[in-house]
Design a protein around this ligand. Structure first.
Ligand SMILES: NC(=O)c1ccc[n+]([C@@H]2O[C@H](COP(=O)([O-])OP(=O)(O)OC[C@H]3O[C@@H](n4cnc5c(N)ncnc54)[C@H](OP(=O)(O)O)[C@@H]3O)[C@@H](O)[C@H]2O)c1
Length: 277
């Protein structure tokens, strides 16, 4: 039986999931990381085992859980960071594109939680760490699919925390603001959002703002260490918001300003009212 604490991390091949997985490994945990693919030059280390995982496939999740249990026989923490983003207007994002985002970001998470929960209940302990986002708290133009998936995560986490507390299980929502280093292949554009779109100018402006904010964002490694510190606390904080001051401010304004004022600020920031010429 494995004596080290074991954490499963989804989305462990890049960005914040990878940084969090590495921070757990550095802190002495055994990390079992999953993603659809890992960079060719990565190989397993003593503390960091990589397994194939597609959270949209029930079969793949089952195989991951079985292999992970065969490796360590326990799961002390589950980190769900796997996600994709499809940018596009509400009018032009197809139902298939909405489904794809919900299936990866939300349903995939619920699947992995269901594999970890029986073992955590048996152990009478466990930490479930779900990656939400500032987008889980407020909407941003042209990110409706992603925003909806992260709002779903927020509600789900509250339910999960209440249902599992009596089994010694604690839940945390990580709410990152913009961070650098995200992978390009998980940032997609709605197929119908082309240069003939009525939203084209506004969409281009919003995409430029999103790109600028991400490339000037915080460093993933620092977030990874914060997640681990929280996971190791006796009482884990339920919400771990890691963002620059302006994004904390945006959440605060969203909560306290009238909707019309808040909407005006965000529309101006992202250029959502820009018409095509
Ligand atoms: N970066 C930011 O600024 C930011 C801000 C707020 C919240 N977040 C959240 O933080 C988490 C990480 O985001 P990121 O931008 O840092 O990461 P990212 O570079 O976009 O990586 C996403 C990860 O999810 C994995 N993934 C995607 N689809 C998957 C699937 N079907 N099955 C299994 N794994 C899958 C990807 O690996 P494969 O493609 O190889 O499967 C990759 O490891 C996400 O939950 C995101 O919503 C990020």
């Amino acid at each position: 039986m494995q004596e080290k604490k074991t954490v499963w991390v989804t989305g462990a091949s890049s960005g914040l999931g990878k940084a969090t997985a590495q921070a757990f490994a550095d802190a002495g945990w055994l990390v079992i990381g999953g993603a659809r693919s890992f960079a060719e030059n990565t190989s397993d280390e003593e503390n960091f085992v990589r397994l194939p995982l597609d959270v949209t496939s029930p079969e793949s999740c089952k195989t991951f859980a079985e292999k992970a249990m065969a490796i360590s026989g326990r799961v002390d923490a589950l980190v769900c960071a796997a996600a994709v983003l499809v940018l596009g207007s509400c009018e032009h994002t197809s139902c298939e594109e909405y489904s794809r985002v919900m299936e990866t970001n939300f349903v995939g998470t619920t699947r992995m939680v269901q594999y970890a929960l029986p073992m955590m209940r048996q152990q009478n302990s466990g930490r479930i760490i779900l990656f939400s986002s500032i987008n889980g708290l407020l909407g941003i133009p042209f990110q409706s699919a992603y925003t909806a998936s992260k709002h779903a995560m927020e509600g789900y986490a509250e339910c999960l925390a209440m249902e599992t507390r009596r089994f010694g299980i604690q839940v945390c929502l990580v709410e990152p603001g913009d961070h650098r280093g995200g992978s390009d292949h998980t940032r997609l554009h709605a197929t119908a959002e082309d240069n003939q779109s009525i939203y084209h100018a506004a969409y281009e402006s919003a995409c430029a703002a999103i790109h600028r904010d991400e490339s000037g964002g915080l460093l993933p490694d620092a977030l990874g260490r914060k997640v681990v510190r929280n996971a190791q606390r006796r009482h884990m904080r339920f919400r771990l918001r890691v963002a620059k001051f302006d994004q904390h401010l945006a959440v605060w304004l969203h909560r306290y300003l009238p909707n019309g004022v808040n909407s005006l600020i965000l529309r101006n920031y992202y250029g959502a009212d820009k018409a095509n010429h």
